[in-house]
Design a protein around this ligand. Structure first.
Ligand code: IMP
Length: 189
């Protein structure tokens, strides 16, 4: 298979510019800061896709807070479809019992991964648990979950960049773009 080494060449359309992401992240941070003032906030993010969003969002929240990181992988699906079967690769490093937890996600697609994580985290007895996602694809939702903070609603397209990958590539793009379909569905030979 021939693949371009130029990451940008595989992008059909830039959906969210670096500037748009920065502006919206600052708005979300201000909203979170107002909502959690005086509380024991812990941000929990899910590697690897949420890494840039978490790093930027936490710096927009001028409150004393803790962070923790989990890593999960879904299995049984395909490179572009989640199966809902989730494996924990890295667990929380500290207890969240009694903490106000904000789960920071990169994207909610079917919601299956998040559904698993919410159940898992609720089992750890936090004082509260809310969800913040940079991107939401509501058209694809299979499980109904209340999402408290949404950066952007996006159409049903496979996107990469700003943490999001296809085959572990494109995470380092500064923007969110639509991957050209021929990259993941090459034309038959
Ligand atoms: P869900 O379980 O279907 O909600 O999928 C959630 C996970 O699938 C995300 O955390 C991403 O890792 C991945 N994912 C879903 N949609 C996209 C996309 O458009 N681009 C890159 N990864 C995606």
């Amino acid at each position: 298979m021939i693949r371009s080494d130029d990451l940008h060449a595989d992008i059909g359309e830039i959906l969210l510019t670096e500037e748009a992401i920065r502006t919206r992240t600052a708005e979300l941070g201000a909203q979170v800061a107002a909502d959690y003032a005086g509380r024991a906030l812990t941000l929990v993010s899910v590697l690897k896709g949420s890494l840039p969003f978490m790093a930027d969002l936490m710096r927009e929240i001028p409150l004393p807070l803790r962070i923790d990181l989990m890593e999960v992988s879904s299995y049984g699906g395909t490179a572009t479809e989640s199966s809902g079967l989730v494996r924990i690769i890295k667990d929380l490093s500290a207890s969240i019992a009694g903490e106000d937890v904000l789960l920071v996600e990169d994207i909610i697609d079917t919601g299956l991964t998040l559904n698993y994580l919410v159940r898992y985290l609720r089992g750890k007895s936090p004082a509260s648990l809310r969800i913040c996602t940079l991107l939401d694809k509501p058209a694809r939702r299979l499980v109904d979950l209340p999402v408290d903070y949404v950066g952007f609603e996006i159409p049903d397209q496979f996107v990469v960049g700003y943490g999001l990958d296809y085959g572990e590539r494109y995470r380092n793009l500064r923007f969110v773009g639509v991957l050209r379909p021929e990259v993941y569905a090459p034309p038959a030979e």
